[in-house]
Design a protein around this ligand. Sequence first.
Ligand code: AMO
Length: 431
Amino acid sequence: MLRKYSSDISDDDVDREILLYGWAHEIRDLGGLIFIVLRDREGFVQVTLPKKVVPKDIFKYAKKIKRESVIKVVGVVKKEPKAPGGFEVIPNVIEVLNEAEVPLPLDVAEKVPAELDTRLDHRYLDLRKPRIQAIFRIRHTVLQCIRNFLCDEGFIEVNTPKIVSTATEGGTELFPISYFEREAFLNQSPQLYKQALMAAGFERVFEVAPIFRAEEHNTVRHLNEAISIDIEMSFTDHEGVMNVLEKLISKAYEDVVENCEKYLDWAGVKLDIPEVPFERIKYDEALEIARGKGEDIPWGEDLTTAALKKIGEEMNDFYYIVDWPTESKPFYAMPYENEPEISKSFDLMKGWLELASGAQRVHKYDLLVERIKQCDLNPESFGFYLECFKYGMPPHAGWGLGAERLIMSMLGLKNIREAVLFPRDRQRLIP
Ligand code: AMO
């Protein structure tokens, strides 16, 4: 007999015997009638045991089943409008494949609420909740869509090293590790390598991989290990890669709306597909909005969270903040030729949350060395990277998009940890 998922039961199965596997999500014992709600990865099905109908030994066995035990059920499907999905199963066989202990460290049925920390301590149980599973089913669809989209646009997927010898994003926030007799670091970004691949002539590459940031702060939008979706593209500028990014975001929303109806429902989320192009405002305009609302930020500095919250109030949905001061961006962002204090850089925002940042890159060797020095970094520690610019580096641009920030904003999650299976933060290294 072939196994059926709860969601596959249809009118065709009525009066037929089916095989189900899953967990005993809820058990209601009404004396002469027992209901077991079986949960599998696709949803719920009610297993009904009327004392007068099912064999005595099965009824007695079912009375002893404990919640969250793994069960196998073979039974006959009946129509039952009051049951979830509109069907119930009257069992001929019930078998506990693995009994769950009592009490449970976490209530999967969510009748007893739990703090995020408790949930993360017992994450495997937390993830059994359909509402939480939905986040990762949607995340899967988003990542799959992104891969397909970029491949269709002529990008190839690459993997770059995560154990490195230099910082990319400015020297701070690095995790040092011991690498035999030398010091090494966990990579903060594939930045230098994706640029090196432009010198290698690939023209369009992408990577979906972990980045490591030793962020000291405990915030709802920072992780110490995150997944970054990075692209790098030759013979284009910042505008060219912004076009790719907005099309990709819109397509990801479209794919989720089309393919994840059930999971959006589980997550309690309704999505509108964002229209492209996204609105663009200049850093100076953003600064003006923030200053107009009482945020006193000197020109040239990064925008604070408080400022971004105020700017976000004025903007609809997705928008870009473009033309950042050169001094506020890393050394690899290209300054405008006629206005070198401003760079060809951008951040993609949704409300107050930064989802991605990118830029056209400096591709001229001399300018790059100058910019590295201006950023108080030592060009000598960029040996392999700088060499790439000496022997034929094409003009290029790229961006990095935080996978968890994208999912967080798409599903309206209050904390970025909700978008990671096993998050890493200042306090959390286990599980
Ligand atoms: P940046 O440092 O802005 O740019 O990172 C790009 C995007 O990655 C995500 N991100 C994070 N998400 C969660 N926790 C963190 N600690 C964290 N840090 C970053 C954010 C962010 O927008 N090399 C450039 C990209 C480029 O120019 O191509 C870079 O790393 O969503």
